[in-house]
Design a protein around this ligand. Structure first.
Ligand code: T3D
Length: 263
């Protein structure tokens, strides 16, 4: 039997999903997409799951689409590819909409869709040896998986435009300096810190965090007026949650809160 392309570890309150095609720097083929989708759907269906950690096996995080699946034989005509519609777009939409935080622990090289999938996660932490390459222009493609939307919003148009048109590699350190990712850490500190972050989320007010994700996602296109209305609506929901009541009670009693999470 062949190795699974996705490994899932269940921890208390969160799951670790490892992209597992290290010989291809964890590039996506259809089977890996299917397995990742199933792993994320299962995490979403489990009310005890309050955070997801995505990382890669071996020296890479993810090299985007497996190009060996795209090699045409001499004389063969290109065929339309539905990979964005079928896999990459639903994946990015799902990561943004999950009702709990998603942490990307970028352990090594990330290229193509691999970069933009990491950037679609809520918290991106990278090892010092990791790098990010919008490699699409090297092979005549357009950056996808939300990259042309998310990257300029993170680092501004000038840097995003150059990175995408020149397809130059960016080190994890530079990415952190530019605000493209949350943190760059020594390689040995990456997984412990990513796990600590998920452990924090595993006891956090998850429903409130899900509302924060919704507010931030909407802010990219809303006017201030629309955003104020949205904050009002989301806050109305948050105020009614048992976690808010518990948060206030714990604050007044000077103790740690016991949040219910997704239940
Ligand atoms: O068609 C559609 O569905 C459209 C959708 C597209 C979405 C996309 O993601 S397009 C972008 C695809 N990805 C790339 O263009 C990146 C290709 N990879 C690279 O540029 C480099 O490998 C890296 C910059 C990521 C890393 O370079 P380096 O020097 O550290 O490693 P390497 O030696 O190039 O790669 C190591 C092995 O992984 C190597 O195999 P080998 O020679 O040891 O047998 C290499 O061929 C393999 N590999 C790396 N990336 C891919 C890959 N094999 C297949 N597909 C890959 N994307």
């Amino acid at each position: 039997m062949s190795e699974p392309s996705i490994l899932v570890t269940r921890e208390a309150g969160f799951r670790i999903v490892t992209l597992n095609r290290p010989e291809r720097l964890n590039a996506f083929n259809d089977a890996m997409h299917e397995e990742l989708r199933a792993a994320i759907d299962e995490a979403e269906a489990d009310e005890d799951c309050r955070a997801l950690l995505i990382t890669g096996a071996g020296r890479g995080f993810c090299a985007g689409q497996d190009l060996s699946d795209r090699l045409l034989k001499p004389g063969e005509k290109p065929v339309p590819r539905e990979s964005l519609e079928k896999y990459y777009n639903p994946l990015v939409r799902k990561l943004r909409a999950l009702p709990f935080p998603v942490v990307a622990a970028v352990n090594g090289v990330a290229a193509g869709a691999g970069v933009n999938i990491a950037l679609a996660c809520d918290i991106v932490i990278a090892a010092q040896s990791a790098s990010f390459t919008q490699s699409f222009a090297r092979i005549g493609l357009v950056p996808d998986s939300g990259g042309t939307y998310i990257l300029p919003r993170l680092i501004g148009d000038a840097r995003a435009r150059a990175l995408m048109l020149i397809a130059q590699q960016v080190s994890a350190e530079r990415a952190a300096e530019w605000g493209m990712i949350w943190r760059c850490l020594n390689d040995k500190d990456l997984m412990p810190e990513a796990i600590r972050t998920c452990q924090h989320f595993a006891t956090a007010p998850t429903q409130g965090l899900a509302l924060i994700k919704r507010a931030l996602d909407a802010s990219a296109t809303n006017s201030l007026d629309e955003q104020l209305d949205l904050e009002r609506d989301l806050q109305r929901e948050a105020v009614m949650s048992p976690d808010y009541a518990e948060g206030v009670r714990a604050f007044m009693e000077k103790r740690k809160p016991h949040f219910r999470g997704r239940k």
